[in-house]
Write a protein that binds this ligand. Structure first.
Ligand code: GMT
Length: 377
């Protein structure tokens, strides 16, 4: 099949999922065209079936805000026509689903049919999409997509609560290439470079936005390191970073907490990890937690959004109420203070990722595309 993938090219989960999906589809022989404003950060041109089309915007003094949706839908029309694309799979509703609807209408006027699959990722619904400034257009775009998917049952329920949705939303969980993480563990993991044998390694990965509650990460670690020798690796960049670095300094933790910035080699960093902290205010799924679990890491998270579908309480890690840093620290210690318990959680975490494996999820997306394709003929 010939598929256009529209996504944010950044380190955010939706961009990562879209990029990994596109690369896996190309590997299976599909022709995949990424359409976005920059080359996606995780895009690795390993296949001749992969193409990238950059959306460019002209600066014009009249515009306070550049009309990205216009440039994006024009580019979609151009690419669909030039390469005979059958499907446009847009990740993150804003503004991608809206731009895809416009592209579809413009193509119809030329007698060309393309089907639009929209995948909802979370903040496009929970934080931004339902805001009165966007709600009407987001609801319209979802209802006018040919197929809509959500990355968890919780996100499906939330979408149906916040919007009037006239079609069934299919739940397709995020996925992971589990083998990549095994390889990183077996071949390149030099734990000793980071910590002494008796020290435990705790990690956090996010875009350091307020929704991630990064200060809670530091406050949990503060309690944990008092009881057990440990280090904390903070991976990612974002608006809260300066604030949490200041907190780290205030709590006198600078020798134990390392800010590593953004990384395209998450698998190699996670191979060191014993426990992963994700105290988010909300998470439609929590791809970072799944990545950690694939690297055999127990997860301490909040019980919000779709996290209970990924992190199983008492099995792969523990879930706590939002903001309860004492409980999250207590649970971290429960796992870290006994190696046999730690190993059991690590094994459980890894085993649970099987249901989210690329091999299980990729055919579901292919089936979705095929069902669209059939309805064109
Ligand atoms: O979490 C973010 O701020 C980034 C955001 C994104 O769209 O890039 O992540 C959302 O999509 C991910 C992939 O489906 C999910 O794993 C994250 O849970 C979700 N984030 C939130 O719901 C806050």
């Amino acid at each position: 099949m010939k598929i256009g993938i529209v996504c944010y090219p950044t380190f955010g989960g939706s961009g990562v999922v879209a990029t990994e999906l596109g690369m896996a589809l190309a590997d299976k022989g599909h022709e995949v065209h990424f359409i976005t404003y920059n080359q996606p950060v995780r895009l690795d041109f390993i296949s001749h079936n992969l193409h990238f089309h950059q959306v460019l915007i002209e600066e014009y003094p009249l515009f306070q805000y550049q009309p990205y949706e216009l440039a994006l839908s024009s580019k979609m029309v151009e690419v669909v026509q030039k390469y005979d694309l059958e499907i446009l799979h847009v990740h993150y509703a804003i503004p991608h689903a809206y731009a895809a609807f416009m592209a579809k209408q413009m193509l119809l006027e030329k007698g060309i049919q393309v089907k639009v699959v929209t995948t909802l990722h979370g903040t496009d619904i929970t934080l931004v999409g339902s805001h009165p400034n966007y709600k009407t257009a987001v609801e319209f775009s979802i209802n006018n997509s040919d197929i809509v998917t959500a990355v968890s049952n919780n996100l499906k329920e939330t979408t149906n609560k916040l919007f009037t949705i006239k079609k069934n939303i299919e739940v397709v969980y995020n996925f992971i290439d589990t083998e990549k993480y095994d390889k990183a563990r077996e071949e390149e993991c030099r734990r000793i470079a980071l910590a002494k044998p008796e020290e435990k390694i705790i990690t956090h990965i996010s875009n350091f936005r307020p929704v991630k509650r990064v200060e809670d990460v530091i406050n949990i670690f503060y309690r944990v390191q008092k009881e057990i020798p440990s280090k904390l690796l903070m991976i990612g960049e974002g608006p809260e970073r300066a604030k949490v670095e200041a907190l780290t300094k205030k709590l006198n933790l600078r020798k134990k907490v390392f800010f590593l910035g953004n990384s395209t080699e998450i698998d190699k960093i996670l191979c060191y990890s014993d426990v992963f902290l994700l105290p988010s205010k909300t998470e439609s799924f929590g791809l970072a937690a799944l990545e950690a679990m694939a690297a055999k890491t127990a997860v301490i998270s909040t019980n919000t959004g779709g996290l209970p579908e990924v992190n199983i309480h008492g099995e792969t890690g523990y879930l706590s109420n939002l903001g309860d840093v004492d409980d999250m620290a207590k649970n971290t210690l429960k796992i870290l203070q006994d190696d046999s318990i730690l190993n059991k959680f690590k094994e459980n975490a890894k085993a649970h990722t099987k249901m989210f494996s690329l091999d299980n999820i990729l055919p579901i997306y292919e089936e979705i595309y095929t069902s669209c394709f059939k309805s064109i003929l």
